[in-house]
Design a protein around this ligand. Structure first.
Ligand SMILES: O=C([O-])CC(=O)C(=O)O
Ligand SMILES: [Mg+2]
Length: 256
């Protein structure tokens, strides 16, 4: 079954991970229209964070934990996932020459669709790189929206040059090639303590990253738009110097 599903991607797959470690090939995705409407919202992650609070869903990661490499970026797209676990070795030069590399990012991009957001669960190991310049080039060429890496990234100058959005735990020159092993593609992962399923909607901006479970996406969108409209009315009142009473009609002091 997996082999049949993978057939259509064979011109892109490099065989970096055994096929039985690709848990899903076809995944559900939110509609393009929903993604477009989220993307048009200003102040995106803080407003969505409030909505997730109101729904009692833990799904928000601050930018102090997963930081944007390039400021001013905003991405919205369905997650595709990869999970790494540490190798039980201390690599040295000889080890690097004799062992095969075990990063599999390019095989993740190979089965993704344009607009997807590759999410890397590398256990928060920010000193070890699981994405560098070559990886970034492929991600960009194949139309990924941006990467979320709970681990390290390197070749930062190339990431600047490619102007590709990345959020990560750390920046480092140290490769993950022989230090971690790709254990699963498109399984459920955990980044910074937050669960991510393939197809969940990832949104990220300068304030941080939010994961919206796919079955909540439309509800969160409508609530976010309503919250933004409300805040806009408050801004207008503040700008024209409205009285406390006028303001309180829209935003009572207890919710300020
Ligand atoms: O070893 C790594 O982190 C991968 C790397 O440099 C690249 O993709 O260019
Ligand atoms: Mg490199």
């Amino acid at each position: 079954m997996r082999k049949v599903e993978l057939e259509k991607y064979k011109h892109r797959l490099m065989g970096l991970i055994p096929p039985d470690r690709i848990s899903r090939v076809e995944i559900p995705r939110p509609s393009k229209e929903v993604i477009k409407r989220f993307k048009a919202i200003d102040g995106l992650t803080p407003t969505v964070s409030d909505i997730m609070d109101s729904l009692g869903i833990k799904s928000v990661i601050p930018a102090s934990r997963l930081s944007p490499i390039i400021p001013g970026k905003k991405i919205v797209g369905p997650a595709v996932t990869i999970r790494y676990i540490p190798e039980p070795i201390t690599p040295d030069y000889g080890y690097m020459n004799s062992e095969r590399a075990k990063l599999a990012d390019r095989d993740l991009y190979a089965i993704a669709e344009e607009g997807d957001v590759p999410v890397f669960d590398a256990g928060g190991l920010g000193d070890i790189s699981v994405q560098g310049g070559l990886s970034t080039l492929v991600a960009k060429k194949w139309g990924m929206a941006g990467n979320i890496v709970d681990g390290g990234v390197r070749d930062i100058d190339t990431i600047y040059k490619l102007d590709y959005p990345v959020w990560s735990t750390g920046k480092t020159p140290i490769t993950g090639k022989y230090r971690v092993e790709a254990i699963e593609i498109n399984g459920t992962v955990s980044i910074a303590g937050i669960r991510v399923n393939p197809g969940d909607l990832v949104i990220a901006d300068d304030s941080g990253v939010v994961i919206i479970p796919i079955n909540k996406v439309e509800e969160v969108l409508e609530k976010t738009i309503a919250a933004v409209e409300k805040e806009q009315r408050v801004v207008e009142l503040l700008e024209k110097g409205a009285s406390v009473e006028e303001l309180a009609k829209i935003l009572p002091p207890s919710k300020w």
